[in-house]
Design a protein around this ligand. Sequence first.
Ligand code: FAD
Length: 424
Amino acid sequence: QRGLMWFRHDLRIHDNPALANLASSCDQLTCVFVIDPNWYRADHFQSKHLGAPREAFLWQSLTELHRALDAMGQKLIIRTGKPLEVVANLCMDHAFDLIGVTDHPGTRERHQVDMLVERFPQRVVVSDAHTLFTQHQLPFDLPDIPATFTQFRKAVEKRELMPRLPLPVPESLPAPITAIKSDPAPLSDRRIAPYQGGEIAGRAQLNHYLWDTHRIQRYKETRNGLDGWDFSSRLSAWLANGSLSVRWVAAELDRYERNVEKNESTYWLYFELLWREYFQWMLYHYGARFFAFKGIANKRPLTTFYAEAFMAWREGTTPFPIVNAAMRQLKQTGWLSNRSRQLVASCLIHELGVDWRYGAAYFEQQLIDFDVAANYGNWQYLAGVGADPRGSRRFNLDKQAAQYDPDGTFVKTWVGEHESSELK
Ligand code: FAD
């Protein structure tokens, strides 16, 4: 049998059921990743959809995936074009018997799978390893997904749901189909230190946070820090492109709790993984409606857009030094702590009165760890729309600055001492 593995947001060979399934049922295999030219399309602010940090991280992740496949006698074919078209053409030209793909809640991703199934019935095998739980494990039918995170968490915890155990790397892979070649890849290999894409670096970061430094033991106290590598796990970028499996993280966390220590902090990391889980299933359920929740917290119409206010926010020149520092950090590094994300989102929505969706779209370009469900879900939450709608998620920015940046180090680092005193 001939198999085609279509890698999308599962750039790994560990805990990859789609790959494992093809490995055990095919004699020949092609592994493909498709670069969509839409990622390079400029928006009306002349920014391309795929920001530089995520592009570099993606490129490193693909390079690492290629290396891992190569070590098993396989290779990663990189093609450029409309993903569905590219994959459908490959299937027609090479008559694959099986097409393996990992499910993903994104509307585009689900449409791709639906269309593939329609065109090649009986041949597409869709595996689930993007979430902790499978849809069948959930203690409710998807249309009845709880309206708040707390209800979701309680439902999951009451049943003591256990994520399925991650799969090991397949022992061997079928031989490649040599006639199929890569296109020249347009991705940039710019450095994005301290991040390094790919599953080896992702698993190393998990080991670092748990086993090497035991920073996990203080996660609950440190996680609201604004800067610094070890305040939180820093796993989001690897989780977002799937070079790290969330089930692998949960299994390691469980092993840590059984062998070293179980405390409020170790639980809290799991608690955050449940937030991730909640938004994934919300997106899965709502589909395209997820992006259009109406009813904004403040009185302005939903479509309000103030270009000047938005540009000041984007460039870090608002009247709020802590927001400016965070927005400059985002632009330079592609990463922001959770606290900073909350503060800048609250500023855009509640202080500047700009529609949350412009902020979410800018984050989509800039974040190294952009995840469609987590990003849009969190923006909605802060705007008081979507799940758990409430109008009161407005942060007092001065109070927050006094609490989280009492000596102004964060602002000085990213805005500079001179400019920050001028802005005050
Ligand atoms: P940790 O605190 O160590 O948490 C561990 C993991 O749990 C994270 O890697 C992430 O996978 C998950 N997680 C933690 N908090 C959340 C949360 N609030 N919602 C969903 N999952 C969570 N996270 C993304 O991965 N991608 C995004 O595009 C994204 N956009 C966001 C936009 C806004 C406006 C806000 C407020 C939050 C956003 N988050 C997003 C959630 C969160 O800020 C990041 O996951 C976290 O800061 C990443 O750092 P970490 O890996 O050290 O997280």
